[in-house]
Design a protein around this ligand. Structure first.
Ligand code: GDP
Length: 443
């Protein structure tokens, strides 16, 4: 996410480090590079100007210039300004209590990822114990109704549609009226998109807003479209007073400008971000964590949350019990690696671990997914006794395992060597919660 911005900012900030005390002119040169990387990331010019003004005020102040570690203080200031730029965010979906129906209205231009985001949001609500109903009110795009039905089937979430009906306001109204009867407590309206903003669309959305009185209105914006996304957010907000933005496609090569500008320009915060085509790729947007990611400091909290949502609880419990007894075998190791692969592509996961972001560059063309498969192959070629006690693996066993998994014997050796400290660490971590463990990794 935002690799170029990350590279630009970290090299700008690096240019300031290692110099000990800084003169005002050193500092200004470094800040010029910060400014350039923000502009290159397509952050709106006005936003960059205010941002730089705030950062410069602190940076060339006596307190920073005369401090022992001015470069560290600058990183702190840039971090804080990035947070101010994107926040604050209220993540609440303003869901009503039992027996009442909450209406969430989604809008956005065609292709922004609106229908997909309806599915993702439905999935998130279901995971939180709500009973969502998806409403197909995008009558503009011919395939949108079918698309929503397919999503609903995949997620096991009911979908309300009225094929043949021309008026989306009616469809929304009927859906909200019937929600209770259909066993739903949260209605998600997938409204019509257009290629461009026009009066007819805005009029239709305003009527849906008036009639259905949604608790929250979210605008889905395509983060890849840069400043266009910010402009459309402004236009939608003028007509509808949106409560939050869902910025999609931040997994691709979005430069980051839209994500950094939208709050400042429109006053509306990003509430969620879409980080992939899969239905689990929706994250709450936390400006502090995003600022950390942008500055290459990782985002361990999001990773922990993702892990808690994705890991199989029974499996985790079984592993805990075995660990508590001091058991950690190569089979357990493999299971853990498998769980990590469930969190997403390894490069993405590594980018969220503090300090690992920079290591990604040094990986070059190495394919961590493939390495992982190779590790699994080696472990699978071992006997149960060898997996329990890798010390048994002598030269002839090593050759047998290597032949069985199509690798060189030294690679078997490397795995065993890597496993030993890991096994000790895991045993030391037995009984500690996920957050404590992550802290141990961070030390
Ligand atoms: P709509 O016209 O706004 O309803 O857009 P769709 O929901 O049909 O999405 C348009 C395309 O964007 C589809 O191919 C989606 O799979 C894709 N898409 C949606 N959200 C994301 C995202 O967060 N990341 C990526 N990479 N693709 C996405």
């Amino acid at each position: 996410m935002f690799e170029n911005l990350q590279d630009g900012l970290s090299s700008a900030l690096k240019s300031l480090s290692g110099k000990g005390k800084l003169s005002e002119s050193n500092m200004r040169d470094g800040l010029k590079l910060v400014e350039r990387s923000l502009l290159e990331a397509d952050v709106s010019y006005e936003v960059v100007r205010t941002f730089m003004k705030n950062v410069t005020e602190v940076a060339v102040g006596e307190k920073v210039l005369k401090s022992l570690n001015p470069s560290q203080q600058i990183v702190g200031t840039v971090h804080q300004e990035l947070i101010n730029l994107m926040g604050p965010v209220d993540h609440s979906l303003h869901l009503k209590g039992p027996g009442e129906v909450t209406v969430l209205m989604m809008c956005g231009l065609q292709g922004s990822g609106k229908t997909t985001s309806c599915g993702k949001l439905g999935r998130m609500l279901k995971q939180r114990g709500r009973k969502p109903l998806l409403v197909a009110a995008d009558l503009q795009r011919p395939a949108a109704i079918d698309q929503l039905h397919v999503l609903g089937e995949q997620l096991d979430i009911p979908v309300y549609s009225e094929r043949g009906e021309q008026d989306p306001v009616k469809v929304c109204n009927n859906a909200v009226k019937q929600a209770k009867k259909l066993g739903a407590d949260t209605v998600i309206l997938d409204t019509a998109g257009r290629l461009h903003i026009d009066d007819e669309l805005m009029g239709q959305l305003e009527r849906i807003d008036k009639q259905c009185n949604p608790e929250q209105i979210y605008l889905v914006c395509d983060g890849m479209t840069g400043q266009d996304a910010v402009n459309s957010a402004q236009a939608f907000n003028q007509a509808l007073e949106i409560d939050g933005v869902i910025m999609t496609k931040l997994d691709g090569d979005a430069r980051g400008g839209a994500a950094l500008s939208v709050k400042q320009v429109t006053g509306v915060p990003i509430k969620f971000i879409g980080t992939g085509e899969h239905l689990d790729a929706l994250e709450e947007f936390h400006p502090d964590r995003m600022a950390g990611r942008i500055l290459g400091q990782g985002d361990i909290l999001s990773l922990v949350e993702k892990a808690q949502a994705e890991f199989d609880e029974d499996e985790m419990k079984a592993q805990e019990e075995r660990l508590a007894k001091g058991e950690f075998t190569l089979d357990d190791f493999k299971k853990q690696l498998k769980q990590i692969t469930r969190l997403g592509p390894l490069r993405k996961v590594m980018g969220m671990i503090p300090g690992m972001g920079g290591m990604l560059d040094s990986l070059g063309d190495v394919d961590p997914e493939n390495d992982m498969k190779q590790l699994f192959g080696i472990i699978d070629s071992m006997t149960p006794a060898e997996k329990r006690d890798p010390k048994l693996i002598d030269q002839s066993r090593r050759r047998r395992i290597a032949a069985g998994s199509g690798v060189e014997p030294h690679q078997v050796n490397e795995l065993v060597k890597m496993f030993e400290p890991m096994s000790q660490m895991m045993k030391a971590m037995a009984g500690k919660g996920m957050k404590d463990r992550m802290k141990m990794f961070n030390q």
